[in-house]
Design a protein around this ligand. Structure first.
Ligand code: G3I
Length: 356
């Protein structure tokens, strides 16, 4: 049971379940609008979130309305990443990230910060400088400290969870051989948490990665790291599980047990980037399987004691990153390209309603 769960009467629940599944055969007048996901989530203690594509938010009215209506948490899909905020050294472009934070505030949404330290989407001036030796290790450490401090301070008090380090382990549980590890050694991870905490002591600070839904070598590496850091007093408070699944690979095992072991360390957990792709073309059976995968992760979150947010990595296939990266795959989100709700959308709604 989630500690924040509030009692909801069985009668209300039955009504909600009827509304979210929707009775297809009913005439329009007897077919009330579905209850928004964020309203269903209100009784669970879990925020329901989405990654936001800022170009779509600006240009696409349906996208904008759906973001505001369905979600009470938002994550910048790209605009808080280093290459976006500091494209040339010392020159910052906060505009799109500021726009997201402002939009979130206007719509009563909390903001997840993504992401401070990553091996990807680094600005060219930084990767080139490290590669040609013009930026040495001491200077790089100062640059990293400055980046974290500047960005976290800018949004101090307005970001409830930060993905401080993203994707720092390989599948076998060894540390990723990134420029951070190569230049600074493994202590860059604890430094990053300490610097972020100093800049905003109230934000919850997360580790974040993919392929760590269940118990495996990679998630165990995170568990060992979190345990070690917390025993040293390093301010790491959350474990973020991205949740990029694919129906052709099966549903991960031991998800609940995985959440539980992190929570036992006193940490929060969160699903931070959920989508479930499939090999195209779409058919009904694949969509039904996809719905069970979304529901499986959501149920694990709702039933965990300290799983605080469940974020989907975009809600419409129109803007999903998946087809651009996985050839022949797609349809990974809750709505199709025309914003029609898939079975997965109803499954998430039902999971929230039952979890309330
Ligand atoms: O903004 C430029 C645009 O100006 C240019 O014309 C265009 C040409 O390719 O590229 C645009 O940038 C793209 C950016 O998305 C914004 O659309 C980048 O090429 C593209 O690589 C980038 O992809 C993002 C990816 O992270 C980068 O690795 C995806 O949108 C984003 O969904 C994805 O998100 C990651 C999480 O941060 C971490 N976990 C995995 C997840 C999926 O890969």
């Amino acid at each position: 049971m989630n500690v924040f769960r509030m009692p909801v009467s069985a009668v209300a629940l039955a009504g909600v379940a009827l509304l979210i599944t929707g009775a297809a055969a009913q005439p329009a007048s007897a077919h009330p609008k579905p209850v928004p996901l964020r309203a269903l989530a209100a009784g669970t203690g879990v925020r329901i979130g989405t990654a936001v594509d800022m170009a779509a938010l600006a240009d696409d009215t349906t996208y904008r309305r759906t973001t505001a209506r369905e979600f009470n948490s938002v994550t910048a899909e790209n605009v808080m990443k280093w290459e976006s905020v500091e494209p040339s050294r010392g020159t910052y472009d906060w505009q799109p990230a500021d726009d997201l934070v402002r939009s979130a505030r206007a719509h009563g949404q909390a903001v997840r910060g993504h992401t401070l330290v990553w091996h990807s989407q680094l600005p060219g001036w930084l990767t080139t400088g490290v590669a040609d030796g013009s930026i040495g290790a001491t200077e790089l450490r100062g640059i990293l400290r400055n980046h974290i401090t500047t960005e976290v301070k800018r949004y101090k008090g307005r970001i409830y969870q930060w993905d401080v380090v993203n994707e720092v382990f390989e599948e076998d549980g060894s540390l990723r051989n990134s420029i951070w590890l190569q230049q600074l050694g493994p202590s860059y991870i604890e430094d990053a948490f300490r610097w972020a905490h100093a800049a905003d002591p109230k934000a919850k600070l997360f580790l974040n990665d993919y392929n760590v839904e269940g118990i495996n070598a990679k998630s165990t590496a995170y568990y060992d790291l979190a345990k070690r850091l917390r025993s040293k007093g390093v301010p790491v408070q959350g474990f973020g599980i991205q949740g990029h699944l694919a129906i052709q690979y099966g549903f991960p095992g031991q998800v609940a047990e995985n959440l539980a072991r992190f929570e036992k360390l006193g940490m929060q957990t969160a699903f931070t980037e959920v989508d479930v792709r499939m090999i195209l073309p779409v058919d009904e059976e694949k969509l039904a399987t996809q719905a069970t995968y979304f529901r499986g992760l959501l149920d694990a979150c709702v039933q965990a004691r300290r799983c605080t947010s469940f974020t989907v990595w975009g809600f419409s296939d129109k803007y999903s990153w998946v087809p651009g990266v996985f050839d022949g795959q797609g349809a990974a989100t809750l709505m199709n390209e025309e914003f029609a709700r898939k079975p997965a959308f109803a499954a998430v709604g039902e999971g929230l309603a039952e979890g309330a």
